[in-house]
Write a protein that binds this ligand. Structure first.
Ligand code: GLY
Ligand code: MN
Ligand code: MN
Length: 480
């Protein structure tokens, strides 16, 4: 490699997103700190994690740190006070290490590149923090068990208290920054929604690719099998070739009965003609997750029993989407889905009317949990199960149903607002049991889409892959 050319080609720092958003976000956090009594906030990025010997897990920044900086190097801390002053501690330039690990932004370049007031060598964090914390009313950091931050804070506070006789005032309060960060992240701005739309489209195309792959394989060899990992490879191929950095979570590719294991990971099981394949997979693009589930027939044609249950799940998802709008509560979608699913369980004979009564009785007795045992959605954003409070903390406790259909006395579920993003993911999972019609045994179906709450309703940004049974069959029929 020619030295000078290589040097010039080194990428330096690039953030991926318009860098003007980060100072604005930090200003909002400073305002939130002022409103909450002031103080100094410290936000470390994620640590590097060793896999074995010299071999680390792929590095992933901390989501909140990245939200405020756009900076994706390890070994960095953001420090910010209520008047809006902010500094970044980062790794010093190190030509020797950079040969092995890649270019570092470095202390000198950081202020201009990140728009922060100042930067310091992360090795001098202790000294820097002692200066910033002296006289501050509070120190804020995201409380996270095991993150190793609390002992550092304790150490700084102890040092400052030991200097009391020389007139140093240690912060009187240690406060959790996580709720403030979550509140900033729960509503997505236009730039974030644009990235999430792109992520959802890549994932949708990956699901369509997997469906076409399965169809083509069973067309070529109707009595053959396809391994789950072969389908997973199609997903990963599409994610990476489109520039997504990684899956947002371990891909679920579940052949047949494996779909009834909720956290099944793609493994080596064989998918056969006549079985369903459940894929729950989504890419992470530029720090944002997508989360899509589709369930399709291996060979492209639903059996009548599969189709009967599939259409119930799809109707449940439609009902959930219909109530997802500003002013509705987060749990409304779940309750709407449960009602349709439970009605479907009664109509199909999964639940025995004589045993459980009508739909209201079956819901009140949570009889549906035999076949639908999880929630209908979660916040989606930088993290696949994104941060954000699920309760309306400003309201008084009321008697209500929780996600599992139990009557509880608690704060109401949160009111949705435009810019929030939730998943809608009802399902049915039929394990063999006495009284359950045999034609449904081992069928597991989930349909999951990503919904942006708009001014008037919601927009499903992951519908780039078909969801109607007939449309899935058509796509698979047309596959090469
Ligand atoms: N893929 C994780 C979830 O659906 O919640
Ligand atoms: Mn999900
Ligand atoms: Mn999912």
């Amino acid at each position: 490699m020619h030295h000078a050319a290589a040097d010039a080609a080194w990428p330096g720092y690039s953030s991926g997103m318009d860098s003007s958003v980060y100072p604005a976000r930090r200003a909002r956090l400073a305002a939130a700190l002022r409103a909450a009594g002031g103080g100094v906030a410290v936000i470390p990025t994620a640590p590097e994690r060793n896999r074995n010997s010299d071999n680390d897990h792929p590095y992933r920044h901390d989501s909140s740190f990245h939200h405020l900086t756009g900076f994706d190097e390890p070994g960095a801390w953001l420090v910010l006070n209520a008047s809006g002053a902010c500094a970044i501690g980062c790794r010093a330039k190190n030509p020797e290490m950079e040969i092995w690990e890649g270019v570092r932004l470095g202390v000198d370049a950081a202020p201009a590149a990140l728009g922060v007031d100042s930067a310091f060598d992360i090795e001098t964090l202790d000294a820097f923090m002692l200066e910033w914390l002296a006289g501050a009313p509070a120190v804020w950091f995201p409380f996270q068990p095991g993150a190793g931050v609390a002992p550092r804070i304790d150490g700084w506070l102890a040092t400052l208290r030991s200097r009391a006789r020389s007139g140093v005032e240690a912060p009187a309060a240690v406060r959790d920054l996580a709720p403030l960060l979550a509140e900033m992240r729960v509503r997505k701005d236009a730039a974030e929604l644009a990235t999430m739309r792109r992520a959802a489209q890549i994932s949708a195309d990956a699901h369509a690719r997997a469906m076409r792959f399965s169809a083509a394989r069973f067309r070529a060899a109707p009595d053959g099998t396809v391994r789950e990992y072969e389908i997973e490879a199609e997903l990963l191929h599409e994610f990476r070739r489109r520039g997504a950095q990684s899956p947002a979570y371990p891909s679920i590719v579940a052949a047949g009965a494996n779909a009834c294991v909720l956290h099944y990971a793609a493994s080596d099981a064989e998918l056969r003609a006549g079985e369903l394949c459940l894929i729950d997979a989504g890419c992470e693009l530029d720090g944002y997750a997508s989360d899509i589930t589709r369930t399709f027939p291996a060979d492209g044609r639903f059996t009548p029993a599969q189709r009967e249950l599939y259409d119930i799940v799809l109707a449940a998802q439609r009902a959930a989407a219909a109530v997802t709008r500003p002013g509705a509560r987060h749990l409304d979608a779940h309750h709407a889905a449960v009602r349709v699913l439970t009605q479907g369980m009664l109509d199909s004979g999964l639940l025995d009317r004589d045993a459980v009564g009508g739909v209201d009785d079956a819901i009140a007795a949570t009889a549906y949990r035999q076949f639908y045992m999880h929630g209908t959605g979660h916040w989606l954003g930088r993290d696949v199960h994104d941060v954000g409070e699920y309760l309306s903390l400003g309201e008084a406790p009321v008697e209500r149903l929780d996600g599992a259909g139990r009557t509880i006395h608690a704060k109401p579920s949160r009111v949705l607002e435009a810019g929030m993003v939730v998943t809608l993911e009802p399902g049915l999972y039929v394990r063999p049991a006495l009284g359950v019609p045999e034609r449904f045994w081992h069928i597991g179906i989930r349909i999951e889409d990503d919904a942006v709450v708009t001014d008037t309703g919601c927009e499903l940004i992951s519908r780039g892959v078909p969801v109607e049974a007939g449309e899935i069959e058509a796509l698979m029929r047309d596959a090469a």
